[in-house]
Design a protein around this ligand. Structure first.
Ligand SMILES: [Zn+2]
Length: 550
């Protein structure tokens, strides 16, 4: 048989990209239908339409669904490879006046070439001229990966001697709350029982990109980074701006933390010589309703912290050390200013310089229980109920709970309060001490060797750096991780739910074999065509063959 992978992946990428499936919009619903329609153009699925399904995401107010397609090969092999993808994309606000063509890759690429060639940076200009790159929202993240999985799936449907099963699973909401994947996890557990499948591995086809500026290599991965979103609140002491030394500005307290945590080497996680990306600030705010000449007394910062080995507890400890350094800096500056003032006035220090305390949410909450007993617990629970009923975003809810908690400790100010906001993504890797997973590592190395034959610039690494739904295929030490996480993530199991038990039950090792691109989530998002359409699909097909031969 002839498998025209390159043309098919190219055309399907464009076709899929045309559906504007931005997370949280009606486009996701259209995308699920378009995907089902596309699957039903494949002769095998035409003949067996019952093997293609849309499964509603439970309790989803938008009515989104997970799309699955199951190919059962000849014979009775239980071996199954799960092909995982997401079909949503991020928004297009950054596309400026070209926004209307963001979902038409050919037209968009053409317009960039015609209208912006002289203004884009040199590397992009060369790529625009080369004709080997396709621009547009979603082409890289991850319509091309989905197109590639569909193409490989079709290839296997036509392979008469194929023994084994392929289960394609495409989710919505990957770019926002992963509710699609949470539904897919329990669905995978059900389908396993219904069809008597044995899941060997989950292969995701997220696109890969440069590991550092200037890097031109392509990557295969055997796992993914995890993520935590710590929040540091600063509770200051308000004062009139004319007497700043009599208070402590909460905005400044948080500024001292932000400059320490941004890109901090202490929070760059490492495993076996592989490093996760550095931490970076996602939000920083002074919470103050009106303008006046009073200094702010509540501010917070949220940090994106990616992990490859650190547990939530370890991240909390590292961060706490850094916040203590910030507290020292605050103390030192106030001391200097007070000393200067007393020297100028030739008087002893008017007040003694304060040093902010540092609390975790758990510690301060326990202090509240000790000091105020039942009424405190009841009030905090009331606030939680109000939040549950009004369903704000889980990050705002976390800050609101921290702010409420802090009001009980007015007299302890200034102090820092640390907690975690959702989401939480476990980091995921092959387990070296498990013989089966060592075989998967060998398999990944074989795929890598195949890749090198076609392209010397391909590397095999452990951790996909971009965060994805594969994180929810397994959780190591689930009980322990969640016990510690729960203490300091107040909205966990309240308005933010991770199906921990279902994930632990699924416990699926993963690989990532995907296309190659640049600038995911930017207006310059683009897909490199040669590796993505000619080489990567073949690697995915090989990987499936090796699993079935194992
Ligand atoms: Zn993605």
């Amino acid at each position: 048989m002839h498998w025209h992978a390159a043309e098919q992946v190219y055309h399907w990428t464009i076709q899929l990209a045309k559906v504007p499936s931005i997370s949280g919009t009606i486009g996701e619903l259209e995308m699920a239908d378009a995907l089902v329609d596309l699957l039903l153009t494949i002769p095998y699925f035409q003949k067996h339409p019952q093997t293609v399904s849309k499964h509603p995401v439970p309790h989803d107010s938008m009515g989104r669904s997970v799309v699955t397609a199951l190919l059962q090969g000849k014979g009775n092999s239980r071996k199954t490879v799960v092909l995982l993808s997401h079909y949503d994309v991020v928004g297009v606000e950054g596309f400026g006046r070209l926004q209307s063509d963001a979902f038409h890759p050919l037209k968009y690429t053409e317009r960039l070439r015609n209208e912006l060639l002289d203004t884009v940076e040199e590397g992009i200009r060369a790529q625009l001229v080369s004709g080997n790159w396709l621009f547009g929202r979603g082409v890289m993240d991850m319509k091309a990966g989905l197109a590639m999985q569909l193409s490989v799936l079709q290839y296997y449907t036509e392979l008469a001697e194929f023994e084994g099963n392929l289960l394609l699973v495409a989710t919505p909401d990957e770019e926002t709350g992963s509710t699609g994947m949470f539904a897919a996890v329990s669905l995978l557990n059900q389908l396993k029982l219904i069809h008597d499948l044995s899941y060997e591995v989950c292969i995701c086809s997220e696109a890969n990109w440069s590991a550092y500026p200037g890097d031109e290599d392509r990557y295969l991965y055997t796992g993914s980074v995890g993520k935590l979103l710590p929040v540091v609140c600063g509770i200051g002491v308000e004062t009139h701006v004319g007497e700043p030394l009599l208070g402590v500005n909460a905005g400044w307290m948080i500024g001292e933390v932000a400059r320490r945590v941004e890109l901090a080497p202490e929070l760059v996680d490492e495993k076996d010589g592989e490093f996760g990306p550095a931490p970076t600030l996602l939000d920083l705010r002074v919470v103050k309703d009106a303008y006046n000449t009073q200094t702010p007394n509540f501010a917070y910062a949220m940090f994106n912290v990616l992990t490859v080995q650190h547990s939530p507890q370890e991240v909390l400890h590292i961060l706490m050390d850094m916040v203590h350094q910030a507290a020292d800096a605050v103390h030192q500056r106030i001391s200097e200013q007070l000393t200067m003032a007393s020297t100028r006035m030739n008087q002893p220090l008017p007040v003694s310089p304060v040093r902010p305390n540092v609390f975790s949410y758990h510690n301060l909450y326990q202090l509240g229980v000790e000091r105020y007993g039942e009424p405190f617990v009841v009030h905090m629970e009331q606030v939680m109920h109000e939040i549950e009923n009004t369903l704000p975003n889980p990050r705002q809810a976390s800050v609101q709970l921290a702010q409420t908690l802090s009001t009980y400790f007015h007299e302890l100010a200034p102090f820092y309060l640390l907690l975690f906001a959702p989401p939480y993504y476990p980091h995921i890797a092959l387990n070296d001490s498990n013989p089966y997973e060592r075989t998967l590592q060998d398999l990944a190395e074989q795929v890598h060797a195949d890749a090198l034959q076609a392209d010397p610039g391909v590397r095999l690494k452990r951790f996909f750096p971009g965060l994805s739904d594969v994180s929810y295929c397994r959780i190591d030490d689930a009980d322990q991780v969640f016990a510690t996480l729960k203490e300091n993530m107040p909205v966990l199991d309240r308005i933010y739910h991770i199906p921990v038990q279902e994930i632990a039950q699924l416990n699926l090792p993963t690989l990532n074999i995907g296309p190659y691109g640049k600038d995911a989530h930017k207006w310059t998002e683009r897909l490199e065509l040669k590796y993505s359409t000619q080489i990567a699909p073949q690697l995915l097909a090989n990987a499936i063959k090796y699993v079935m031969d194992m």
